[in-house]
Ligand binder design. Structure first.
Ligand SMILES: [Zn+2]
Length: 200
């Protein structure tokens, strides 16, 4: 199965501002000649993670445009703090990725899921279910495009080694940040915080 976009195609990179998506974007900007379109989803849910995640994502993107090569950027703001429909992250990402692929005629959508993610390991079929969901959604919107996962086999350590320390520090991983003196700080306990600590 193809996990790297073909050169020359326009590529839509789903970018959260975390370590995985930073590694993914660096890979796309350095190892391919593709025209890169970066899309960030500001997911405004109850734990207010977006208040910490969004500024980190913008800092990363500024770094990428300063030190790597030009790309186009767009953002969706999804305010579901009071929503009761039960949307899940994966559904929003699949929908918006597919919609933006069609609007921007992107031959590939890439995202930074990894088989080794803790959220995937508890359910052996979750990764395949996600892959099928994203691929099916994309088929509805833009049948000629493919959704691929270039860093799917990467370990956390490989990602840590691949990202220079300056860039690593700009990323945001914590799932449940806490606010102290008007500043969001990582909780230090969630799986993302634990994984990030292990890299240092
Ligand atoms: Zn945390």
């Amino acid at each position: 199965m193809m996990d790297v976009p073909v050169d020359g195609a326009r590529v839509l990179v789903m970018f959260s501002g975390g370590l995985d998506s930073a590694a993914l974007l660096k890979l796309m900007l350095t190892e391919t000649q593709n025209k890169i379109w970066v899309h960030h989803i500001s997911m405004r849910t109850k734990p207010h993670r977006w208040e910490a995640e969004d500024p980190a994502a913008f800092k990363c993107l500024r770094y990428f445009s300063n030190y790597y090569r030009p790309f186009t950027f767009s953002e969706s703001v999804i305010d579901i703090e009071k929503d009761v429909s039960g949307w899940r992250d994966i559904e929003l990402i699949a929908f918006l990725g597919s919609l933006y692929a069609r609007e921007n005629k992107a031959g590939f959508v890439v995202s930074g899921q990894k088989k080794a993610d803790p959220t995937n390991s508890s359910l052996p079929d979750e990764w395949l279910a996600r892959r099928k969901f994203e691929s099916d959604m994309l088929k509805l919107f833009y049948p000629s495009a493919c959704w691929v996962y270039p860093i799917v086999e990467w370990s956390k350590q490989k990602i840590a080694d691949y990202l220079e320390p300056e860039l690593r520090q700009l990323t945001w991983s914590c799932r449940i940040p806490v606010k102290k003196n008007d500043t969001w700080i990582p909780c230090g306990h969630c799986f993302a915080c634990v994984a990030k600590k292990e890299m240092e």
